[in-house]
Design a binder for this molecule. Structure first.
Ligand SMILES: [Zn+2]
Ligand SMILES: [Zn+2]
Length: 484
């Protein structure tokens, strides 16, 4: 039996969760709406997936040795003894759905978007919750770099149109499974030499998931990671070329990016491109030298499992820009994602056997962290979010008027006229005060007499002038007023 809660606890939401109250929820919806509008315009279609999945889906795709699987999943046994998990991320469920519903035979690529809650048992902090919202974009059945660039571009568009400034994309390549092995070996060798200086966690990671050492938050590990071999140096020609193309697309779209060789993302299914998007600049992460890759494919990409990379041996250092929204010395990305070409195979699907099957090869995606984006907007007082204020306030006085007001409201709704009203018992003075606060242009007053006469009084809130108007003519009357 769960331990019983005292009354005080009963009235508190669980740690790491939160209520999004109406004012903030409006901003939340506006963010989702903006992302949805852009996604739809570019041909993405909605998908809704369950919040629970078989635990194995995540252990085999995200990876046993990842933070998510090791310590962050909400996993439980059902009465039928199945092990289910509250989804900690959206990519594995997307791939599961793609395979399960035969989407590999659809015209490729299949472009999907989703929005909803995900769950990870992490230490809560600003911008990070145990139940968190994500808006995701996924392109399945696309190997080309243009798909990677499109995902990044659309996230940038969403942020720009929401009013975010100084955006910066951190990008890296992890190579693929074929070319990552050598990198992994050299990386382990590098860290092994200095393993006594690594934190306990990283000493363990050395055996399980060495790439993760690159983005350890411990300073001593960061130091040792600085001169670690870089993923990009180990990438095969095909991986390098792919990365070069991604960067070329970003250049063409004038998207500012930063080659972040320590960016690995920490999930096993990533290969090639990984990215994170930040806003604003902050103090530099010491000892990370940002570099910009020139358009020539002189940079080598590395491979990593789990996805993370180090500095590219590329051209000249560029001014370092570091994201602001920090926590634990590390900034929180507004959006992140990457390519997951081998995820389908990890889930047991055979590699394509014919040219026809080739079509579904390759997948890339990412997600916006809605909590952080909403918090970012709220900290700027919702800048960038346009709220439509109602133009008219409907005041009703007395029980009959209340009934009739519901019919009137329904007419307004069908004519898409936005009307505010109060179903309270308030007197006319209070209701008018409320209307004034909302800043409406007109109040429509429906009292006992008007109810019997089938009229209303329309009050111009600016001048205070009042006019009696038959209910049947009210819509026309307001439309004419609106035009003036
Ligand atoms: Zn460490
Ligand atoms: Zn490769």
């Amino acid at each position: 039996m769960p331990k019983s809660k005292n009354k005080k606890e009963l009235l508190q939401n669980p740690k790491g969760t939160r209520d999004v109250l109406p004012f903030d929820a409006v901003v939340w919806q506006a963010v989702e709406e903006k992302a949805r509008e852009i996604a739809e315009y570019y041909g993405f279609r909605p998908i809704r997936m369950p919040h629970i999945e078989h635990t194995e889906l995540f252990t085999t795709s995200v990876g046993e040795a990842t933070d998510i699987v090791e310590k962050q999943m909400y996993t439980f046994r059902t009465r039928g003894k199945d092990s289910l998990t509250l989804r900690p991320e959206g990519t594995a469920p997307i791939m599961r759905a793609y395979i399960q519903h035969g989407m590999r035979t659809w015209p490729q690529p299949v472009m999907l978007y989703y929005s909803g809650s995900f769950f990870r048992h992490e230490r809560p902090q600003k911008g990070r919750y145990r139940e968190f919202g994500q808006f995701g974009l996924e392109i399945l059945g696309a190997e080309g770099a243009v798909a990677d660039a499109l995902i990044i571009r659309l996230f940038m568009l969403v942020f720009e149109e929401l009013g975010f400034k100084k955006m910066m994309v951190h990008v890296n390549t992890l190579g693929d499974k074929a070319c990552r092995e050598d990198y992994r070996k050299d990386l382990v060798a590098h860290f092994r030499k200095k393993q006594n200086y690594l934190c306990t966690e990283c000493r363990r990671r050395l055996k399980t998931n060495p790439l993760r050492i690159l983005d350890c938050v411990e300073e001593k590990c960061q130091e040792i990671a600085t001169d670690a071999p870089q993923c990009i140096e180990y990438a095969c020609d095909a991986c390098k070329e792919h990365f070069r193309e991604v960067l070329e697309f970003l250049d063409k779209a004038s998207i500012p990016y930063f080659l972040d060789h320590k960016l690995v993302r920490g999930l096993d299914y990533y290969s090639r491109t990984v990215f994170e998007i930040f806003t604003e600049t902050a103090e530099e992460k010491k000892e990370e030298v940002p570099v910009e890759v020139s358009e020539s494919a002189d940079s080598e990409s590395a491979d990593i499992e789990g996805g993370e990379s180090k500095e590219a041996d590329a051209p000249p250092p560029k001014k370092e820009e570091k994201p602001a929204h920090k926590e634990e010395g590390r900034p929180l990305a507004l959006a992140s994602g990457g390519r997951y070409d081998s995820l389908a195979y990890d889930l047991g699907i055979q590699e394509p056997q014919s040219e026809e099957e080739e079509a579904w090869k390759g997948a890339v995606g990412g997600a916006i962290g809605l909590d952080r984006v909403v918090e970012g907007l709220l900290s700027q007082k919702g800048k960038g979010i346009k709220k439509e204020n109602p133009k008219v306030f409907l005041i009703q006085l007395g029980p009959q008027a209340k009934q009739q007001s519901l019919l009137l409201l329904e007419q307004f709704r069908k004519n898409r006229l936005s009307v505010a009203s109060s179903l309270s018992k308030d007197n006319i003075k209070n209701q008018l005060g409320f209307a004034a606060k909302l800043g409406v242009s007109y109040s429509i007053i429906l009292g006992q007499k008007e109810t019997i006469d089938n009229t209303v009084i329309v009050r111009d809130m600016e001048t205070g002038m009042q006019e009696i108007v038959p209910q049947s003519k009210l819509l026309d009357y307001l439309k004419k007023k609106k035009k003036k």
